[in-house]
Ligand binder design. Structure first.
Ligand code: KIV
Ligand code: NA
Length: 260
C-alpha cells in the first residue's frame, strides 16, 4: 500500500521509527523507494548536492518542479513530499497557495514542506491544510535562514528551546501532518515528540523522534563535507572514483571494449 500523509500521521504511535530520505532524480528515487524508505523528500538541499550551489537560497520553483517530476516517476511506494524553495511561500499566503498548488498539479507529490514557525508561517500552514494541501513543518535549524542562523545547533538556551517548542505546538495545531526537527538537542526533540499529536522527523535531533531523515548524498558519501550529525554508510566518492579510474585504465590498455 502506498504511503499517504494520513498513513504517516497514524505512525505517531508506532514503536519503530520510520525513515525519510531525500531524492532529486528518477534513478535515486527508484533506489531509495525500492530499498524500502517510507517517505521521500525532494529536499531543497538538491540545490547543493545536485546543482552545486553554496546553499539552498538560489533554487527556483521551476527547478523544484522539474526535479519533483523526475523523482515521482521513480516512486511506487513511498510518500513524496516536496520542499517549497526560499521565497516561494514567505511573501504571502496567496504566493504559498500558488507555489504549493503548482507542485501538486505538475508532479505526483502529495505534500509540501515549509520552513519556520513564525505566526506568518503558522497562518500559511493553516490556510494550505484548510484547502486540502498536506503540509510538513520544519523547525530548529532552518537552512533557508542560513544568513540569519548559520548552520549551528538551535535551541541550546532555555529561551530558544521554549520558543521552538511553542512553534512546534502551533504548527501541529495549524494542521501539519508531520514536523521535521533539525539540529536541536536530543532532550528538546524528545520533549517535542512527546507533546505533539503528529510525528516528528529528526535530523541531528537524537533517537527519540518518530522518524529519521538524512540527505541521501550524505548517506551515500557523495557530499564534500558531512554535517556533524550525518553518517556516510558508503564512501560513494571513493568507490565511484575507483570504478571510473578502472574504466580509464581498461580503455588505455585496450581491455575495454570487447571485440565482438
Ligand atoms: O532539504 C533537505 O534535505 C531537508 C532535510 C534535511 C530535512 O530539508
Ligand atoms: Na530542505
Amino acid at each position: 500500500m502506498p504511503v499517504t500523509p494520513q498513513t504517516l500521521r497514524n505512525w505517531k504511535h508506532q514503536p519503530q521509527p520510520f525513515v525519510m530520505l531525500t531524492a532529486w532524480d528518477w534513478a535515486i528515487a527508484q533506489i531509495v523507494d525500492q530499498a524500502g524508505v517510507e517517505v521521500i523528500l525532494v529536499g531543497d538541499s538538491l540545490a547543493m548536492v545536485a546543482l552545486g550551489y553554496a546553499n539552498t537560497l538560489p533554487l527556483t520553483l521551476d527547478q523544484m518542479i522539474h526535479h519533483s517530476q523526475a523523482v515521482c516517476r521513480g516512486v511506487k511506494q513511498a510518500l513524496v513530499v516536496v520542499d517549497l524553495p526560499f521565497l516561494t511561500y514567505q511573501e504571502s499566503i496567496a504566493q504559498a497557495i500558488h507555489s504549493a498548488g503548482r507542485i501538486l498539479k505538475e508532479s505526483q507529490a502529495q505534500g509540501v514542506k515549509i520552513e519556520g514557525g513564525s505566526p506568518e508561517i503558522v497562518e500559511t500552514i493553516a490556510k494550505l491544510t484548510r484547502i486540502g494541501i498536506p503540509v510538513m513543518g520544519h523547525v530548529g535549524l532552518t537552512p533557508q535562514s542560513v544568513h540569519q542562523l548559520g548552520y549551528k545547533q538551535q535551541g541550546k538556551t532555555e529561551a530558544e528551546a521554549e520558543r521552538i517548542l511553542k512553534e512546534a505546538i502551533a504548527i501541529a495545531e495549524a494542521g501539519a501532518f508531520a514536523l521535521v526537527l533539525e539540529h536541536i538537542p536530543a532532550p528538546l526533540a524528545a520533549q517535542i515528540t512527546e507533546k505533539l499529536p503528529i510525528p516528528t522527523i529528526g535530523i541531528g535531533a537524537g533517537s527519540a523522534c518518530d522518524g529519521q531523515v538524512l540527505v541521501t548524498a550524505d548517506l551515500w558519501g557523495l557530499s564534500e563535507t558531512l554535517p556533524p550529525f550525518a553518517k556516510a554508510y558508503i564512501n560513494g566518492r571513493a568507490t565511484l572514483t575507483e570504478a571510473t579510474q578502472a574504466f580509464i585504465q581498461d580503455v588505455k590498455s585496450r581491455q575495454f571494449p570487447p571485440n565482438l
